[in-house]
Design a protein around this ligand. Sequence first.
Ligand code: PLP
Length: 432
Amino acid sequence: MKPQTAQLIAADKARLWHPFTQMKAWAAPAHEPLVLVDGEGAMVRDSEGREYIDGNSSIWTNLHGHRHPAITRAIKDQLDKVAHVSFLGSTNEPAIHLAERLVALLPDSDLTRVFYSDDGSTAVEVALKMALQYWQLTDHPKRDQFLGFTNAYHGDTAGAASLGGLGTFFDRFGAIHFDTHQVADFAALEALPEEVTSRLAAVIIEPKVQGAAGIRLWPEGMLSQLRAWCDRVGTLLIFDEVLTGFGRTGRMFACQHESVAPDFLCLAKGLTGGYLPLAATLTTERVYEAFLGEFHELKTFFYGHSYCGNALACSAALASLDIFENEHVLENLQEKILWFEEMLSGLSFLPQVAEIRRCGFLAGVQLQKAPGEPCDWRKQTGARVCVAARKFGLLTRPILDTVVLIPPLCISKEQLSSAVHALESAIKDATH
Ligand SMILES: *Cc1c(COP(=O)(O)O)cnc(C)c1O
Protein backbone atom coordinates (compact mmCIF):
# COMPACT_ATOMS: atom_id res chain seq x y z
CA MET A 1 0.00 0.00 0.00
CA LYS A 2 1.26 3.50 -0.83
CA PRO A 3 2.26 5.57 2.21
CA GLN A 4 -0.34 8.26 1.34
CA THR A 5 -3.09 5.64 1.24
CA ALA A 6 -2.02 4.26 4.61
CA GLN A 7 -1.99 7.77 6.09
CA LEU A 8 -5.42 8.61 4.76
CA ILE A 9 -6.90 5.38 6.07
CA ALA A 10 -5.33 5.93 9.49
CA ALA A 11 -6.72 9.48 9.64
CA ASP A 12 -10.14 8.28 8.51
CA LYS A 13 -10.20 5.61 11.20
CA ALA A 14 -9.09 8.15 13.81
CA ARG A 15 -11.63 10.84 13.00
CA LEU A 16 -14.58 9.69 10.91
CA TRP A 17 -17.88 8.01 11.57
CA HIS A 18 -19.38 6.48 8.42
CA PRO A 19 -23.09 6.07 7.66
CA PHE A 20 -24.78 2.67 8.18
CA THR A 21 -21.40 1.31 9.28
CA GLN A 22 -20.32 -0.77 12.25
CA MET A 23 -17.27 1.30 13.06
CA LYS A 24 -15.64 -1.42 15.14
CA ALA A 25 -15.26 -3.55 12.05
CA TRP A 26 -14.36 -0.52 9.93
CA ALA A 27 -11.61 0.59 12.29
CA ALA A 28 -10.16 -2.91 12.75
CA PRO A 29 -6.53 -3.06 11.55
CA ALA A 30 -7.32 -5.74 8.96
CA HIS A 31 -10.01 -3.62 7.26
CA GLU A 32 -8.69 -1.65 4.30
CA PRO A 33 -11.34 0.80 3.12
CA LEU A 34 -11.00 1.89 -0.47
CA VAL A 35 -9.95 5.49 -0.93
CA LEU A 36 -11.61 6.46 -4.19
CA VAL A 37 -9.75 9.19 -6.01
CA ASP A 38 -11.23 9.54 -9.46
CA GLY A 39 -13.66 8.13 -11.93
CA GLU A 40 -14.60 8.15 -15.55
CA GLY A 41 -17.85 6.89 -17.01
CA ALA A 42 -18.98 3.77 -15.16
CA MET A 43 -15.52 3.27 -13.63
CA VAL A 44 -13.95 4.54 -10.41
CA ARG A 45 -10.31 4.28 -9.35
CA ASP A 46 -8.78 4.00 -5.91
CA SER A 47 -5.64 5.52 -4.45
CA GLU A 48 -3.69 2.38 -5.33
CA GLY A 49 -4.54 2.78 -9.01
CA ARG A 50 -7.02 -0.13 -9.08
CA GLU A 51 -10.10 0.28 -11.25
CA TYR A 52 -13.62 -0.86 -10.50
CA ILE A 53 -16.99 -0.85 -12.21
CA ASP A 54 -19.24 1.40 -10.11
CA GLY A 55 -21.86 -1.33 -9.79
CA ASN A 56 -23.83 0.60 -7.20
CA SER A 57 -23.87 3.94 -9.07
CA SER A 58 -22.14 5.57 -6.08
CA ILE A 59 -24.99 4.68 -3.74
CA TRP A 60 -27.75 4.83 -6.39
CA THR A 61 -27.02 8.38 -7.54
CA ASN A 62 -24.89 8.33 -10.69
CA LEU A 63 -26.61 8.13 -14.07
CA HIS A 64 -24.35 9.24 -16.92
CA GLY A 65 -21.00 8.30 -15.43
CA HIS A 66 -18.30 10.13 -13.57
CA ARG A 67 -16.64 13.21 -15.05
CA HIS A 68 -19.21 13.56 -17.77
CA PRO A 69 -17.99 16.63 -19.66
CA ALA A 70 -21.45 18.23 -19.96
CA ILE A 71 -22.21 18.08 -16.22
CA THR A 72 -18.67 19.12 -15.28
CA ARG A 73 -18.95 22.07 -17.70
CA ALA A 74 -22.36 23.12 -16.38
CA ILE A 75 -21.15 23.15 -12.78
CA LYS A 76 -17.96 25.04 -13.66
CA ASP A 77 -19.87 27.61 -15.71
CA GLN A 78 -22.30 28.23 -12.89
CA LEU A 79 -19.42 28.42 -10.42
CA ASP A 80 -18.00 31.27 -12.47
CA LYS A 81 -21.26 33.17 -11.86
CA VAL A 82 -22.38 32.32 -8.33
CA ALA A 83 -22.48 29.07 -6.33
CA HIS A 84 -25.42 29.67 -4.04
CA VAL A 85 -27.93 32.43 -3.36
CA SER A 86 -30.95 32.47 -1.10
CA PHE A 87 -34.18 30.92 -2.33
CA LEU A 88 -36.04 32.83 0.36
CA GLY A 89 -36.70 36.29 -1.03
CA SER A 90 -34.87 35.72 -4.32
CA THR A 91 -34.75 33.23 -7.13
CA ASN A 92 -32.21 32.05 -9.68
CA GLU A 93 -32.10 31.02 -13.30
CA PRO A 94 -31.02 27.34 -13.05
CA ALA A 95 -33.69 26.66 -10.41
CA ILE A 96 -36.39 28.24 -12.58
CA HIS A 97 -35.39 26.38 -15.72
CA LEU A 98 -35.07 23.09 -13.87
CA ALA A 99 -38.61 23.42 -12.49
CA GLU A 100 -39.91 23.97 -16.04
CA ARG A 101 -37.98 20.97 -17.32
CA LEU A 102 -39.16 18.67 -14.50
CA VAL A 103 -42.80 19.57 -15.02
CA ALA A 104 -42.39 19.02 -18.76
CA LEU A 105 -41.18 15.47 -18.09
CA LEU A 106 -44.64 14.65 -16.69
CA PRO A 107 -46.99 15.91 -19.38
CA ASP A 108 -49.80 13.50 -18.50
CA SER A 109 -49.99 14.50 -14.86
CA ASP A 110 -51.26 17.42 -12.80
CA LEU A 111 -47.82 17.82 -11.25
CA THR A 112 -47.06 21.46 -11.97
CA ARG A 113 -45.31 22.81 -8.84
CA VAL A 114 -41.76 22.15 -7.71
CA PHE A 115 -40.44 22.55 -4.16
CA TYR A 116 -36.67 22.09 -3.75
CA SER A 117 -34.79 20.58 -0.84
CA ASP A 118 -31.54 18.67 -0.39
CA ASP A 119 -31.94 14.90 -0.35
CA GLY A 120 -34.41 12.06 -0.51
CA SER A 121 -35.38 12.26 3.14
CA THR A 122 -36.20 15.95 2.91
CA ALA A 123 -38.13 15.44 -0.34
CA VAL A 124 -40.34 13.01 1.62
CA GLU A 125 -40.52 15.30 4.67
CA VAL A 126 -41.81 18.09 2.40
CA ALA A 127 -44.53 15.87 0.94
CA LEU A 128 -45.67 14.75 4.42
CA LYS A 129 -45.90 18.28 5.79
CA MET A 130 -47.58 19.63 2.67
CA ALA A 131 -50.17 16.86 2.81
CA LEU A 132 -50.87 17.48 6.50
CA GLN A 133 -51.23 21.22 6.04
CA TYR A 134 -53.30 20.76 2.87
CA TRP A 135 -56.02 18.96 4.85
CA GLN A 136 -55.96 21.61 7.58
CA LEU A 137 -56.38 24.33 4.99
CA THR A 138 -59.25 22.53 3.29
CA ASP A 139 -61.23 21.92 6.47
CA HIS A 140 -60.31 18.29 7.02
CA PRO A 141 -57.99 18.63 10.02
CA LYS A 142 -58.81 15.07 11.09
CA ARG A 143 -56.86 13.77 8.10
CA ASP A 144 -53.62 13.76 10.05
CA GLN A 145 -52.34 10.19 9.68
CA PHE A 146 -50.13 8.49 7.14
CA LEU A 147 -49.93 5.03 5.67
CA GLY A 148 -46.87 3.26 4.30
CA PHE A 149 -45.97 -0.27 3.26
CA THR A 150 -44.12 -3.03 5.07
CA ASN A 151 -40.39 -3.03 4.25
CA ALA A 152 -40.58 0.47 2.81
CA TYR A 153 -37.69 2.91 2.99
CA HIS A 154 -38.23 6.65 2.68
CA GLY A 155 -35.15 8.12 4.34
CA ASP A 156 -33.57 8.54 7.73
CA THR A 157 -34.84 11.82 9.17
CA ALA A 158 -37.41 11.18 11.90
CA GLY A 159 -40.41 12.10 9.76
CA ALA A 160 -39.40 10.13 6.69
CA ALA A 161 -38.27 7.22 8.86
CA SER A 162 -41.68 7.10 10.55
CA LEU A 163 -43.02 5.80 7.24
CA GLY A 164 -40.25 3.25 6.87
CA GLY A 165 -40.98 -0.40 7.42
CA LEU A 166 -37.52 -1.88 7.87
CA GLY A 167 -37.29 -2.88 11.53
CA THR A 168 -33.51 -3.25 11.64
CA PHE A 169 -33.05 0.36 10.64
CA PHE A 170 -35.83 1.99 12.57
CA ASP A 171 -37.02 0.10 15.65
CA ARG A 172 -34.42 1.71 17.87
CA PHE A 173 -35.73 5.20 17.12
CA GLY A 174 -39.39 4.36 17.63
CA ALA A 175 -39.70 6.79 20.53
CA ILE A 176 -39.18 9.79 18.23
CA HIS A 177 -41.17 8.49 15.26
CA PHE A 178 -44.80 9.42 14.79
CA ASP A 179 -47.40 6.68 14.57
CA THR A 180 -48.24 5.46 11.11
CA HIS A 181 -50.32 2.73 9.56
CA GLN A 182 -48.54 -0.01 7.73
CA VAL A 183 -49.86 -2.62 5.36
CA ALA A 184 -48.11 -5.38 3.41
CA ASP A 185 -50.02 -5.21 0.15
CA PHE A 186 -53.05 -3.91 -1.69
CA ALA A 187 -55.40 -6.52 -0.24
CA ALA A 188 -54.51 -5.38 3.29
CA LEU A 189 -55.10 -1.80 2.27
CA GLU A 190 -58.56 -2.62 0.94
CA ALA A 191 -59.42 -4.35 4.20
CA LEU A 192 -58.84 -1.20 6.27
CA PRO A 193 -61.91 0.08 8.07
CA GLU A 194 -63.46 3.48 7.43
CA GLU A 195 -62.21 4.82 10.79
CA VAL A 196 -58.69 4.42 9.46
CA THR A 197 -59.13 5.49 5.85
CA SER A 198 -61.08 8.61 6.76
CA ARG A 199 -58.14 9.77 8.87
CA LEU A 200 -55.47 9.33 6.20
CA ALA A 201 -53.67 12.45 5.01
CA ALA A 202 -51.69 10.44 2.47
CA VAL A 203 -50.38 7.05 1.40
CA ILE A 204 -46.73 6.74 0.43
CA ILE A 205 -45.11 4.08 -1.75
CA GLU A 206 -41.90 3.42 -3.65
CA PRO A 207 -43.48 2.76 -7.06
CA LYS A 208 -42.65 -0.48 -8.93
CA VAL A 209 -39.73 -1.43 -6.67
CA GLN A 210 -38.88 -1.22 -2.98
CA GLY A 211 -35.16 -0.52 -3.15
CA ALA A 212 -33.74 -0.72 0.34
CA ALA A 213 -35.95 -3.73 1.05
CA GLY A 214 -33.58 -5.60 -1.28
CA ILE A 215 -35.06 -4.74 -4.71
CA ARG A 216 -38.58 -6.09 -4.18
CA LEU A 217 -41.03 -5.69 -7.04
CA TRP A 218 -44.67 -4.78 -6.64
CA PRO A 219 -47.18 -6.75 -8.67
CA GLU A 220 -48.18 -5.35 -12.04
CA GLY A 221 -51.11 -2.95 -11.69
CA MET A 222 -50.34 -2.00 -8.08
CA LEU A 223 -49.97 1.69 -8.87
CA SER A 224 -53.19 2.07 -10.80
CA GLN A 225 -55.08 0.15 -8.13
CA LEU A 226 -53.55 2.33 -5.46
CA ARG A 227 -54.40 5.52 -7.34
CA ALA A 228 -58.03 4.43 -7.70
CA TRP A 229 -58.20 3.44 -4.03
CA CYS A 230 -56.80 6.79 -2.84
CA ASP A 231 -59.33 8.63 -4.99
CA ARG A 232 -62.13 6.46 -3.63
CA VAL A 233 -61.28 7.08 0.03
CA GLY A 234 -60.37 10.68 -0.71
CA THR A 235 -56.73 10.69 0.38
CA LEU A 236 -53.54 11.91 -1.26
CA LEU A 237 -50.89 9.71 -2.88
CA ILE A 238 -47.14 10.20 -2.56
CA PHE A 239 -44.71 8.44 -4.92
CA ASP A 240 -41.22 8.24 -3.54
CA GLU A 241 -39.17 8.01 -6.74
CA VAL A 242 -35.94 8.99 -5.01
CA LEU A 243 -34.43 5.74 -6.30
CA THR A 244 -36.65 4.81 -9.24
CA GLY A 245 -36.65 8.24 -10.88
CA PHE A 246 -34.53 9.22 -13.88
CA GLY A 247 -34.46 6.07 -15.93
CA ARG A 248 -33.53 3.42 -13.39
CA THR A 249 -36.56 1.28 -14.23
CA GLY A 250 -36.31 1.87 -17.97
CA ARG A 251 -38.76 4.79 -18.11
CA MET A 252 -38.00 8.31 -16.93
CA PHE A 253 -40.17 7.67 -13.87
CA ALA A 254 -41.44 4.34 -12.56
CA CYS A 255 -45.02 5.64 -12.35
CA GLN A 256 -45.00 6.05 -16.14
CA HIS A 257 -45.00 2.26 -16.57
CA GLU A 258 -48.61 2.34 -15.41
CA SER A 259 -49.48 5.86 -16.59
CA VAL A 260 -50.35 6.80 -13.04
CA ALA A 261 -49.62 10.15 -11.44
CA PRO A 262 -49.43 10.85 -7.72
CA ASP A 263 -50.31 14.03 -5.82
CA PHE A 264 -46.69 14.30 -4.69
CA LEU A 265 -43.60 13.05 -6.50
CA CYS A 266 -40.36 12.93 -4.49
CA LEU A 267 -37.12 13.07 -6.46
CA ALA A 268 -33.50 13.15 -5.32
CA LYS A 269 -30.62 10.67 -5.84
CA GLY A 270 -30.28 10.80 -9.67
CA LEU A 271 -31.68 14.30 -10.04
CA THR A 272 -28.26 15.90 -10.58
CA GLY A 273 -26.89 12.84 -12.38
CA GLY A 274 -25.29 11.96 -9.06
CA TYR A 275 -23.02 15.01 -8.83
CA LEU A 276 -24.49 17.21 -6.10
CA PRO A 277 -27.19 16.87 -3.44
CA LEU A 278 -30.55 18.17 -4.59
CA ALA A 279 -34.15 17.07 -4.17
CA ALA A 280 -37.49 18.13 -5.55
CA THR A 281 -41.03 17.47 -4.38
CA LEU A 282 -43.52 17.98 -7.18
CA THR A 283 -47.17 18.56 -6.46
CA THR A 284 -50.41 19.66 -8.10
CA GLU A 285 -52.04 23.04 -8.55
CA ARG A 286 -54.88 21.75 -6.35
CA VAL A 287 -52.52 21.33 -3.40
CA TYR A 288 -50.61 24.53 -4.16
CA GLU A 289 -53.72 26.67 -4.37
CA ALA A 290 -54.95 25.59 -0.95
CA PHE A 291 -51.93 27.37 0.53
CA LEU A 292 -52.73 30.74 -1.08
CA GLY A 293 -54.10 33.52 1.11
CA GLU A 294 -53.29 36.77 2.92
CA PHE A 295 -50.25 36.71 5.15
CA HIS A 296 -52.31 37.03 8.34
CA GLU A 297 -54.26 33.88 7.44
CA LEU A 298 -51.02 31.96 8.04
CA LYS A 299 -51.59 29.58 5.17
CA THR A 300 -47.93 29.89 4.17
CA PHE A 301 -45.91 26.68 3.95
CA PHE A 302 -43.39 27.45 6.68
CA TYR A 303 -40.73 25.01 5.64
CA GLY A 304 -37.33 25.24 3.95
CA HIS A 305 -33.63 24.53 4.05
CA SER A 306 -30.62 26.80 3.65
CA TYR A 307 -29.61 25.24 0.34
CA CYS A 308 -33.05 25.16 -1.31
CA GLY A 309 -32.73 25.84 -5.04
CA ASN A 310 -28.93 25.66 -4.98
CA ALA A 311 -27.72 27.05 -8.30
CA LEU A 312 -24.81 24.63 -8.78
CA ALA A 313 -26.96 21.60 -8.10
CA CYS A 314 -29.75 22.86 -10.38
CA SER A 315 -27.18 23.46 -13.16
CA ALA A 316 -25.96 19.90 -12.79
CA ALA A 317 -29.55 18.64 -12.96
CA LEU A 318 -30.22 20.66 -16.12
CA ALA A 319 -27.10 19.22 -17.73
CA SER A 320 -28.21 15.71 -16.73
CA LEU A 321 -31.59 16.26 -18.43
CA ASP A 322 -29.79 17.56 -21.53
CA ILE A 323 -27.77 14.35 -21.62
CA PHE A 324 -30.98 12.29 -21.53
CA GLU A 325 -32.05 14.10 -24.70
CA ASN A 326 -28.76 14.55 -26.54
CA GLU A 327 -27.50 11.03 -25.94
CA HIS A 328 -30.91 9.31 -26.29
CA VAL A 329 -30.28 7.70 -22.94
CA LEU A 330 -33.68 6.05 -22.46
CA GLU A 331 -33.78 4.71 -26.03
CA ASN A 332 -30.29 3.21 -25.72
CA LEU A 333 -31.09 1.82 -22.32
CA GLN A 334 -33.73 -0.63 -23.56
CA GLU A 335 -31.23 -2.90 -25.30
CA LYS A 336 -28.89 -2.73 -22.30
CA ILE A 337 -31.74 -3.76 -19.99
CA LEU A 338 -32.33 -6.89 -22.08
CA TRP A 339 -28.61 -7.61 -22.02
CA PHE A 340 -28.48 -7.10 -18.26
CA GLU A 341 -31.37 -9.52 -17.82
CA GLU A 342 -29.69 -12.11 -20.01
CA MET A 343 -26.37 -11.79 -18.17
CA LEU A 344 -28.05 -12.02 -14.77
CA SER A 345 -30.00 -15.11 -15.75
CA GLY A 346 -26.62 -16.84 -16.00
CA LEU A 347 -26.29 -16.46 -12.23
CA SER A 348 -29.53 -18.25 -11.46
CA PHE A 349 -27.80 -21.61 -11.95
CA LEU A 350 -25.46 -21.03 -9.03
CA PRO A 351 -26.52 -23.03 -5.97
CA GLN A 352 -25.69 -19.94 -3.84
CA VAL A 353 -28.32 -17.83 -5.66
CA ALA A 354 -31.83 -18.05 -4.24
CA GLU A 355 -33.52 -15.46 -6.41
CA ILE A 356 -32.75 -12.66 -8.84
CA ARG A 357 -35.13 -9.70 -8.72
CA ARG A 358 -34.87 -7.04 -11.38
CA CYS A 359 -36.72 -4.07 -12.79
CA GLY A 360 -34.88 -2.14 -15.50
CA PHE A 361 -31.42 -1.34 -14.18
CA LEU A 362 -32.30 -2.20 -10.57
CA ALA A 363 -31.23 -5.71 -9.66
CA GLY A 364 -30.95 -7.70 -6.46
CA VAL A 365 -29.28 -11.10 -6.31
CA GLN A 366 -30.44 -12.87 -3.20
CA LEU A 367 -27.97 -15.40 -1.85
CA GLN A 368 -28.64 -18.64 -0.02
CA LYS A 369 -26.49 -21.04 1.92
CA ALA A 370 -27.71 -23.98 -0.12
CA PRO A 371 -30.82 -24.57 -2.24
CA GLY A 372 -33.83 -23.89 0.00
CA GLU A 373 -31.61 -22.89 2.92
CA PRO A 374 -31.35 -19.16 3.64
CA CYS A 375 -28.07 -17.54 4.70
CA ASP A 376 -27.54 -16.80 8.38
CA TRP A 377 -27.61 -12.99 8.22
CA ARG A 378 -25.05 -12.79 11.06
CA LYS A 379 -22.49 -14.37 8.75
CA GLN A 380 -22.73 -11.33 6.45
CA THR A 381 -22.55 -13.39 3.28
CA GLY A 382 -23.68 -10.48 1.14
CA ALA A 383 -20.99 -8.22 2.56
CA ARG A 384 -18.31 -10.86 2.08
CA VAL A 385 -19.34 -11.34 -1.55
CA CYS A 386 -19.08 -7.58 -2.11
CA VAL A 387 -15.60 -7.45 -0.57
CA ALA A 388 -14.55 -10.37 -2.79
CA ALA A 389 -16.02 -8.60 -5.83
CA ARG A 390 -13.37 -5.90 -5.53
CA LYS A 391 -10.72 -8.43 -6.49
CA PHE A 392 -12.63 -8.96 -9.72
CA GLY A 393 -13.02 -5.25 -10.47
CA LEU A 394 -16.55 -4.63 -9.21
CA LEU A 395 -17.72 -2.28 -6.47
CA THR A 396 -21.16 -2.85 -5.07
CA ARG A 397 -23.13 -3.13 -1.83
CA PRO A 398 -25.26 -5.75 -0.14
CA ILE A 399 -28.56 -5.35 1.66
CA LEU A 400 -28.15 -8.18 4.14
CA ASP A 401 -27.83 -11.21 1.86
CA THR A 402 -29.00 -9.55 -1.30
CA VAL A 403 -26.24 -8.16 -3.48
CA VAL A 404 -27.47 -5.09 -5.27
CA LEU A 405 -26.45 -4.23 -8.81
CA ILE A 406 -27.57 -0.79 -9.88
CA PRO A 407 -25.15 0.30 -12.59
CA PRO A 408 -25.01 3.80 -14.03
CA LEU A 409 -27.23 4.11 -17.11
CA CYS A 410 -24.13 4.90 -19.21
CA ILE A 411 -22.52 1.51 -18.58
CA SER A 412 -21.60 -0.38 -21.78
CA LYS A 413 -22.75 -3.90 -22.59
CA GLU A 414 -19.16 -5.11 -22.19
CA GLN A 415 -18.96 -3.53 -18.75
CA LEU A 416 -22.31 -5.05 -17.81
CA SER A 417 -20.98 -8.48 -18.72
CA SER A 418 -17.81 -7.84 -16.73
CA ALA A 419 -19.85 -6.71 -13.72
CA VAL A 420 -22.00 -9.83 -13.72
CA HIS A 421 -19.00 -12.12 -14.30
CA ALA A 422 -17.20 -10.38 -11.44
CA LEU A 423 -20.21 -10.99 -9.21
CA GLU A 424 -20.27 -14.66 -10.18
CA SER A 425 -16.55 -15.03 -9.35
CA ALA A 426 -17.08 -13.18 -6.08
CA ILE A 427 -19.98 -15.42 -5.04
CA LYS A 428 -17.87 -18.52 -5.71
CA ASP A 429 -14.83 -16.98 -4.01
CA ALA A 430 -16.63 -15.87 -0.86
CA THR A 431 -18.70 -19.01 -0.33
CA HIS A 432 -16.40 -21.87 -1.34
C1 PLP B 1 -32.32 6.67 -0.67
C2 PLP B 1 -33.78 6.79 -0.56
C3 PLP B 1 -34.36 7.79 0.23
C4 PLP B 1 -33.55 8.72 1.08
O1 PLP B 1 -32.75 9.55 0.31
P1 PLP B 1 -31.49 10.29 1.00
O2 PLP B 1 -30.96 11.15 -0.09
O3 PLP B 1 -30.54 9.20 1.39
O4 PLP B 1 -32.01 11.05 2.15
C5 PLP B 1 -35.74 7.89 0.24
N1 PLP B 1 -36.49 7.07 -0.50
C6 PLP B 1 -35.97 6.09 -1.26
C7 PLP B 1 -36.88 5.22 -2.06
C8 PLP B 1 -34.59 5.90 -1.31
O5 PLP B 1 -34.07 4.90 -2.03
